[in-house]
Unconditional design. Structure first.
Length: 291
């Protein structure tokens, strides 16, 4: 069991949750406010995407990232900023010519995927491992793309949170470590129940935990109604936790949540299990971050 738990709050994500929940943050001001409220509720880490402020759709505009990061940093609330570097990897084959991308495709180079990270230099950014079938699209991250993004993240002095969606992704990450592209003391995020990676089952989670490099810091999450059960399971297996509107929009059945409420519930659950929720300063010590 993990007795010192880091809570990450994934405050908005990039999916269509804004069509189901009007409270999903979409502007830089709303996203920053959600991150700050989550931190005050007990989250040590705020995981941030950006959205089109007008439509709420997924976005990767560098200016939106910069404005969001600026607002969080100027708030004087201590929170570890974790910015996604996983956007621009969606490929949908054209129906008439599958060699070309059709509607829904958003593919950019590995270098472009981390340009905002190089400019903003958050304490953490994601390194999304592996290609996979994702819902109705394919997510493309070849080994050479991962090498390029890992190299650029490392050169920026940003610590990667290695997001893995199935066992093969853990293998890829360990190969990058062997090549010196990921520094020692890595952070892994086990992303469970994301179609169509590893299903959110106890057996799959145990297998992924057992495959991690010895001594790795790790956390895990699952989607929807499995979010809170996964908090308990992650703590029991020795990991950290992630909650937030990116992964689940409900507090109870039929009751829409806020990020703050989800963090509060996770904190209560962790503490009732007899574990301590770590502050941002304590989390930095645990995962060997230099602010």
């Amino acid at each position: 069991m993990n007795n010192g738990v880091i809570i990450t709050c994934a405050v908005t994500g990039s999916g269509d949750s804004h069509l189901k929940h009007p409270g999903v943050p979409r502007t830089p001001e709303e996203i920053a406010k959600a991150a700050i409220e989550a931190a005050k509720a007990g989250a040590a880490v705020a995981h941030v995407h950006v959205r089109n402020p007008e439509t709420g759709d997924s976005a990767r505009d560098i200016e939106l990232y910069k404005e969001t990061a600026k607002l969080i940093r100027e708030s004087e609330v201590d929170v570890i900023l974790n910015i996604t570097a996983g956007m621009g990897a969606d490929f949908v084959p054209d129906e008439e010519d599958p060699s070309r991308g059709g509607p829904g495709t958003d593919m950019i180079t590995a270098a472009e995927r981390v340009r905002h990270i190089e400019l903003i230099k958050p304490e953490i950014c994601t390194l999304d491992c592996g290609s996979m079938n994702y819902a109705t699209t394919s997510y493309i991250a070849t080994m050479d793309m991962l090498r390029e993004t890992a190299r650029r993240i490392q050169a920026s002095g940003v610590k990667p949170e290695i997001e893995v969606f199935e066992l093969g992704h853990v293998w890829q990450a360990k190969q990058l470590m062997k090549e010196g592209l990921i520094d020692p003391d890595p952070i892994f995020q086990l992303c469970m129940g994301v179609p169509y990676g590893a299903e959110a089952t106890v057996q799959n989670m145990v297998a992924m935990v057992n495959a991690l490099p010895p001594g790795a810091n790790w956390g895990s999450f699952a989607l929807g109604r499995m979010q809170m059960p996964w908090v308990a399971q992650s703590v029991l297996l020795g990991g950290n936790v992630r909650v937030g509107l990116e992964d689940n929009i409900y507090l109870d059945k039929g009751v829409l949540a806020t990020n703050e409420q989800l963090v509060t519930r996770a904190k209560e659950l962790i503490e009732r299990m007899g574990a301590k929720v770590l502050t941002p300063a304590e989390a930095r010590d645990k995962i060997k971050l230099v602010k």
